[in-house]
Design a protein. Structure first.
Length: 306
């Protein structure tokens, strides 16, 4: 039986993380590490149609037949984060989700109701394959989204109406990831608020690691990890887009430090414009020249007036 109430032994203290998320991650993790490490989702908010080309990274490789970008990752992460109940049915995993909570979180990031359903349709249509040294998964991420018989009061109808819950059936590929991959627990809202897809992909990649390498990550190395080899112009554009999301990345505990990317203490949006905590900063004051320096005397001896 698939047990998602506790993470694998190599992921300690996740109960404390889920407690911090309060209403999120009640029955499932937000995501798994392989999805970001093998670049399953294109580092763009406007992905192109893929026809099964392999994307290879140091962690493994994947291929996608369909459209999967960072907006699709936002939708799936939000569904997983807000799932309230789960059950195994006919070899698959079904989740009970309140669509109002999903729409509320994504609408803060500029999603409309119509866009949400377009993204869900593309998520259900995409076929993926992931291969790593530890696992191999192939199939759909989501098989279906249908209205459940369970309802909730709908305050938009004066408190007298109801709204149907969603019954989301995960695909076999996602169930395999939940079973064999490293599970990740985080709030997807700050990532969904980032302006650029490359920033979202980099943030997800960093969150899949519990610690940073000594000295942090090289910016270009991170970009290549999520986007593959880029021409010089593409690399420059990616660096510029990362800089556009400096404040949003700080909210996630990610700071751009010159040519490096470092982890720091996550900062609320109203504090994101301040220097990040946990990263060395130049001193507030540096020696200044004294306010006064010796000046020539006001009067200089003059020759006598005859």
């Amino acid at each position: 039986m698939l047990d998602l109430t506790r993470p694998p032994p190599d992921r300690p203290a996740s109960a404390a993380r889920r407690a911090k998320n309060e209403r999120g991650n009640a029955v499932t993790p937000t995501s798994t590490a392989a999805q970001s490490r093998v670049a399953l989702y294109q580092p763009s908010q406007r992905p192109t149609l893929r026809t099964g080309e392999w994307m290879t990274t140091s962690y493994g490789r994947c291929r996608v037949k369909g459209k999967l970008g960072q907006r699709h990752a936002d939708v799936i992460d939000t569904i997983m984060y807000h799932a309230e109940k789960r059950r195994m049915a006919s070899g698959g995993l079904e989740l009970l989700v309140d669509p109002a909570r999903v729409r509320r979180m994504l609408s803060d990031s500029g999603y409309s109701h119509e866009q949400l359903w377009v993204l869900l349709d593309e998520c259900m249509a995409a076929i993926i394959e992931i291969r790593t040294p530890k696992m191999r998964a192939m199939g759909h991420l989501i098989d279906s989204v249908i209205e459940s018989k369970m309802t909730r009061p709908n305050p938009l109808n004066g408190g007298t109406g109801t709204r149907a819950m969603w019954q989301v059936r995960l695909g076999a590929a996602y169930v395999m990831l939940l079973k064999d991959d490293l599970r990740l627990y985080y709030n997807p809202a700050p990532i969904a608020r980032l302006k650029c897809g490359i920033s979202q992909a980099v943030a997800r990649h960093i969150l899949s690691h519990s610690a940073e390498p000594r000295g942090g990550w090289h910016v270009d190395t991170l970009i290549e990890a999520v986007a593959g080899t880029l021409a010089s112009k593409g690399m420059r554009n990616a660096r510029l887009r990362l800089k556009e999301d400096v404040a949003g990345l700080l909210e996630l505990g990610v700071v751009l430090d010159g040519s490096r990317v470092r982890r720091c203490v996550p900062q609320p949006p109203d504090e994101a414009s301040q220097p990040p905590k946990g990263v060395p900063q130049p001193p507030d004051s540096v020696p200044q020249p004294p306010d006064s320096v010796p000046q020539p005397p006001d009067s200089v001896p003059q020759p006598p007036d005859f």
